[in-house]
Design a protein around this ligand. Sequence first.
Ligand SMILES: Cc1ncc(COP(=O)(O)O)c(C=O)c1O
Length: 396
Amino acid sequence: MSGSNDNAIPADLPLRNDLLGEEPYGAPQLDVPVCLNVNENPYPPTHAVVRSIEKRVREAAKDLNRYPDREHMELRQAFVDYLAKESGAKLTTDMVWGANGSNEIMLQLFQAFGGPGRTALGCDPTYSMYPEYARDTFTQWRIVPRKEDFTLDLDRTLEAIRDLEPAMVLLTSPNNPTGTPLPMEQLERILEACQDARVAGAAEGTRPVVVVDEAYIEFRDPGVPSATTLVGTYGNLAVSRTMSKAFAFAGARVGYLAASAGIIDCMRIVRMPYHLSAVTQAAALAGFDNTAEQLSQVAHLRETRNETAAWLREQTYRGIPLQVAPSQSNFLMFGGHFDDRGLIFDEMLKRGVLIRVVGPEGWLRVCMGTDEEMKVFRKALTESLRAAEAAHDQQD
Ligand SMILES: Cc1ncc(COP(=O)(O)O)c(C=O)c1O
């Protein structure tokens, strides 16, 4: 196992006071046959794509004595072209920006717009890294609870924007861990509200930046618009994307942002010099050289999601059918009434299937694997639910 959290920080190290007792973030990386816990794409790059990466990286290797293009202009053009094709967004290279995963994009947003005296607002349950970006940038993290069906509570969100005067409003579409999409009408209501909202701790006349995290957006049903199409209209909208999920490129660590040129300039202030290595840029360009191939399994994973959701709804635990949160992503949050979800997780693990204990109590999350993996998942879950029921009955 790697990525264990049982690190003991020596007491004589002056770790920041607010970090004392903190654990490194990350899902367990266990060596098990079926890993369905971190929302990856289960289909690896094809031989043709691997060859294309080799070619690009070999070229880049010849110049590794030099720093890479700090502005990664060729890659930014690839982002523009891809977003035009994928979402119909009309952008220019000064309106996109890349980084090492959308994790780094998010951290840069917090570095630019958060900070002491600033507040970032999110809608819980949501991606568990947001509070960590806030912690690391001394930004106050505040949340509005989602409704029972995990959709946004628009009224309370608008109220919080008025009352808390956040510098950043973080919206995730589709949301992780619930899979819930954010309807464009709701996003536009929030964007409109932010036009004349105030930002505590900032100069008069500034307004909150609305960040939409679209890490999983390619898995939405066809025809559903992306927030990137609104970037030209709203100067305070920042849409984060990644190559890690639908693009099947998690190991390459490439995320990107679509936003006004003004927001991109703010990112340029906080980025590390040469933050995106020449090798990363070359690999990402090779990915975009093969967009159709890289994304070829998305429609199938969408079908897998729909079929798995229907199957899960037919399963029961202690006589009650499982709930499944409606998802526009490549994962499903299911259960809703697991009284000991850790036990079900352990039973799954015993059967070689790694899922994730995340989200509200009573729920578990699984991401879509290959057809073969999903067969193993179904069998393992059926057995695990029965085993957990038996353990429960013994206790009663
Ligand atoms: C909602 C969301 N945003 C961002 C990320 C970060 O992805 P990456 O840094 O690989 O682009 C994840 C990863 O799981 C996520 O779930």
